[in-house]
Design a protein around this ligand. Structure first.
Ligand code: APR
Length: 311
């Protein structure tokens, strides 16, 4: 059987790490796409990664391009096109720059890759994924935003360190929008089935929730640009779930059509990803406090979507 084809739209920091992971995990052949001015950069990065294969032992072809025709027939698209945050910026500050970029990407994806499962990473995430679906008109299960896996990973790390346990034993989910009012669901956070609240003091949990919400900004403050290793791994976990029909239950920005009381909105919810894309959205019995936080977060997302709709 021919290898799967993975199109990475944006060959920057996240794009490069995505390519490395997709190739190393033998998910398929990779096309690293960027704008014409950065075509050689994309080609150079692809060549470097392909040379890496003879050391690491993967067979995937990795190519750079600025020609959408090369992406025809892609099984998966992972979209990082756009600019990342600089210190002091919120994700929402990126909307003016990244909105025309996601529209351009969506128009080309509609034309050249209509069957692809799309994973959007560009920020402001929940609005960009909404815009991608609106422009492509793709089925709701064929596009998803990557935020919840990353935010949950950050939350789980901080919990594991505080509790002094392995990261493997911490299970938690962060729902809602990918912004500072995201919703770490404490009522369902466990350490190998034991409620985290019985092992970690309340004030420490509050501090961890706060650090998680500002987790992206903490890295932007340190590096001057946004994170790329954990964002890339998170998106690759989602791509793998689709390509290998794993039916993984992951927190993702999925299109809501009444679930959790929201319609025509993407926000982070637990979703099952398999060969059909987003196959199911799981509705959790949230506490009243969590429902309130989700409502606040959804309102913030809706406000950015409304800005996009007017532009
Ligand atoms: N089509 C394809 N690629 C584009 C387009 C476009 N229309 N416009 C810009 N790009 C490319 C840029 O040329 C750049 O190479 O997207 C790439 C983005 O790479 P980086 O600047 O390194 O940014 P990165 O850290 O990868 O983050 C990308 O993901 O997490 C979000 O907030 C982050 O929105 C940002 C995105």
């Amino acid at each position: 059987m021919a290898r799967k084809k993975i199109g990475l739209i944006g060959a920057g920091n996240i794009g490069g790490e995505l390519a490395r992971l997709c190739a190393n995990e033998q998910l398929g052949d990779v096309w690293l796409f960027d704008i014409a001015a950065k075509e050689n950069f994309a080609k150079g990065k692809a060549l470097d990664l392909e040379q890496n294969s003879s050391v690491l032992g993967y067979d995937a072809n990795i190519r750079g391009t600025s020609n959408w025709a090369d992406l025809e027939g892609s099984d998966v698209l992972i979209i990082t096109a756009g600019i990342p945050r600089k210190p002091g910026q919120s994700r929402d500050d990126l909307v003016a720059t990244n909105l025309p970029i996601i529209r351009n990407v969506a128009e080309n994806a509609k034309k050249h890759c209509p069957g692809a499962f799309a994973i959007v990473i560009s920020n402001p995430l929940d609005a960009m994924v909404y815009e991608y679906k609106r422009v492509t008109g793709c089925p709701k299960g064929k596009v998803v935003g990557m935020a919840g896996v990353l935010d949950s990973a950050r939350f789980q790390l901080f919990l594991a360190r505080e509790a002094g346990v392995s990261i493997k034993d911490v299970r938690a989910m962060v729902l809602g929008g990918h912004g500072d009012d995201m919703v770490p669901v404490l009522s369902m956070t466990t350490i190998n089935g034991i409620p985290a609240s019985t092992l970690i003091a309340k004030d420490k949990l509050t501090a961890i929730v706060d650090r998680t919400r500002k987790g992206g900004g903490e890295i932007v403050g340190l590096m001057g640009t946004s994170a790329y290793y954990a964002p890339a791994s998170s998106a690759v976990a989602m791509a793998e779930a689709y390509l290998l029909d794993q039916k993984r239950l992951l927190a993702c920005a999925a299109y809501l059509d009444g679930e959790y009381g929201y319609k025509d909105l993407f926000i982070g919810v637990p979703a099952v990803i398999g060969a059909s894309g987003v196959e199911k959205i799981i509705e959790l019995a949230l506490t009243d406090e969590e429902k309130g936080m989700l409502e606040k977060s959804a309102k913030s997302v809706q406000a950015v979507v409304d800005v996009c709709k007017k532009s």
